[in-house]
Design a protein around this ligand. Structure first.
Ligand SMILES: Cc1ncc(C[n+]2csc(CCOP(=O)(O)OP(=O)(O)O)c2C)c(N)n1
Length: 578
């Protein structure tokens, strides 16, 4: 517990806010400045030896950086933006933090209290904009009307962001409130209150396991820590359970472990999908069981799956939201797996061989037909061969991310903390700012961002933040196929041959990166990638590798041409049968 000062000197609320962040252990904040919160910026100046404000180039980038900070540290990532235009730009990060269950706090400057409700300059009602009425944005929106209560609001924001299902909180700061002088002391560091699963529920889970023949665990979601991931591994080992990781939570279970069965997300290994469908007990541990982790609600039929279902989640509102599970347990992920590993397992389980087979299927899925002239599977495997084991991999949205999902082997959190930063919200533009945040927060670690050409330019301006703040071990690999490839893929499936709105007109990515002080080069053939990556690793500055790919290379499994042909065959077949 921090000792509270007995006689807190008078200071502006804007300074007290920065003091409160320091008391919460925050040493880095992301944001774009605005005249609406000058008193807070002055607080950052006052405490500049203890906390830094990273000035980003667009609030969308800043909010994604805060989300990445939340994912990496397990405590709220912090973002500051100005009113109206700043807040609207930042909304994408709030949505991502909500869908990804990332603890995050967005501080928004607000018009002065005596101007409220006049639609004053850049005024928005943030409770309406982000609030519970718009389900899927902030977990809570608070507006601070009394400066002396600011410490109370900040402590609540930290609790709310971390407790239950973690998520984003928006705190609104009227300009005049921030300049008021207060003597209120800041509150001590907040630790989240955690929930353990009920003992009776654990007994029921044991009975379900003993009655099962083909159980399967899907682990993921937010709130895991190193100890919890280690406990999950022991639980799986005790019961010889095959474990899959939920969509974009691939670092929950060590991918090299013999019980690992693969990722349960977009582009799932068909054999893994079949295994889950054929299982008779699914233990969903920490995952929301959303569309991406259930194969569009088909791996588990909604709302009543064919398999028996145990759903363990930190947020009670997620339990029973879609699925009528046989057993639902509310528990924080930091506690759940520790409780599960205490469940006594029999000496032998009848499905032991199944876990080995599931891992063999996962390994087989990492083999792919060679592709000429630039083989993305080889690119990802080369990255993993050359980069340190604790490298953080980031991506945004787009088909290109499928190569990471399928071929990158993430380690469990017990080894290197989080090594995957990727938006379950499917937000394009996430990967580059997330990588910049990781590189600035953990300068000793290497960070690799894989980006599509569409995805990359959604937040390309943050190249300046990386070089400006001295990121070094940061590599961005841009997969340039000249198209919004994912959308083109859907078009070819549904409207074959009718390309509309999905072509891209790209800049010279190498020249662009160099203009920002990055090292950069192009790669057109597989053999060029390894030496280029080696040069990036020893660059001492951020670097960009521009991979030029044919638009026809659509996913790790198929080409645009094949998709189009199949679609034409379908259409023609339909017409012929009329
Ligand atoms: C912010 C945002 N806008 C639009 C989309 C819809 N979308 C999903 S993937 C995609 C195309 C991605 O293109 P690119 O980054 O070039 O990757 P590719 O699919 O070609 O590999 C689009 C437009 C989205 N997911 N997020």
């Amino acid at each position: 517990m921090m000792n509270l000062p007995q006689n807190t000197p008078t200071r502006p609320a804007g300074h007290a806010l920065v003091e409160a962040l320091i008391a919460q252990g925050v040493d880095t904040c992301f944001g774009v400045p605005g005249e609406s919160y000058l008193a807070v910026l002055d607080g950052f100046h006052e405490y500049r030896d203890r906390i830094r404000f990273i000035a980003c180039r667009q609030e969308g980038g800043a909010a994604f950086m805060a989300d990445a900070q939340g994912k990496l540290t397990g405590r709220p990532g912090i973002c500051f933006v100005t009113r109206g235009p700043g807040a609207t730009n930042a909304a994408i990060g709030v949505h991502t933090a909500f869908q990804d269950s990332t603890p995050m706090i967005l501080f928004v400057g607000q018009v002065a209290s005596d101007q409220r409700d006049r639609e004053a300059f850049q005024e928005i009602d943030y409770r309406q904009m982000f609030g519970p009425g718009t389900l899927g944005l902030a977990k809570w929106v608070g507006e601070v009307h009394r400066a002396e209560r600011l410490p109370e609001y900040i402590a609540r924001a930290f609790h709310t962001a971390m407790q239950g299902r973690p998520g984003p909180v928006v705190l609104v700061l009227p300009e005049d409130m921030l300049t008021e002088s207060i003597t209120t002391a800041v509150l001590p560091r907040v630790e989240p209150v955690r929930a353990w699963p009920a003992p009776g529920g654990l007994r029921q889970l044991r009975n379900l396991l003993l009655a099962a023949e083909r159980p399967f665990v899907i682990a993921g979601g937010s709130g895991w820590d190193a100890e919890a991931c280690a406990a999950l591994q022991r639980f799986a080992e005790n019961w010889q359970l095959p474990v899959g990781c939920g969509f974009r939570f691939q670092d929950t279970f060590d991918n090299r472990h013999p019980l690992y069965a693969g990722d349960v997300g977009i582009g799932i290994n068909p054999k893994l999908a079949a295994r889950i469908v054929a299982s008779d007990l699914v233990i969903a541990l920490g995952v929301r069981l959303g569309e991406m982790t259930t194969g569009g609600y088909t791996l588990l039929q909604a709302p009543r799956p064919a398999q028996r279902l145990v759903h363990i989640h930190s947020g009670p509102e997620e339990l029973g939201r879609v699925y009528a599970a046989d057993l639902m347990l509310q528990a924080s992920m930091a506690c759940a797996a520790k409780a599960l590993e205490s469940i006594a397992a029999p000496v032998n389980v009848q499905w032991a061989g199944a876990a080995a087979q599931a891992h063999a299927d996962y390994q087989a899925n990492r083999q792919a037909e060679p592709v000429q002239p630039l083989d993305m599977a080889e690119v990802v495997k080369t990255m993993q061969r050359l980069l340190p084991a604790d490298t953080v991999y980031t991506n945004g949205a787009g088909n290109y991310s499928g190569w990471l999902h399928r071929f990158c082997q993430y380690s469990g959190l017990q080894h290197h903390g989080r090594t995957q930063l990727a938006p379950t919200s499917g937000a394009m533009g996430y990967g580059l700012p997330a990588a910049v945040a990781a590189a600035l927060l953990y300068p000793e670690r290497t960070v690799l961002n894989l980006a599509g050409d569409g995805d990359f330019l959604m937040n390309g301006q943050e190249l300046a933040t990386a070089s400006g703040y001295g990121a070094r071990k940061l590599i961005s690999v841009v997969v340039d196929n000249g198209t919004y490839g994912t959308i083109r893929m859907h078009q070819e499936r549904d409207y074959p041959g009718r390309v509309s709105g999905s072509d891209l007109f790209n800049p010279d990515f190498v020249a662009l990166a160099r203009a920002y002080g990055w090292q950069a080069e192009s790669v057109t053939q597989t053999a060029q990638f390894e030496p280029a990556l080696a040069r990036s690793i020893s660059a001492g500055t951020p670097s960009l590798l521009h991979l030029r790919l044919s638009a026809d290379v659509s996913t790790s499994r198929t080409t645009l041409g094949a998709i189009r042909e199949a679609a034409f065959d379908r259409v023609n077949g339909r017409e012929a049968s009329r």
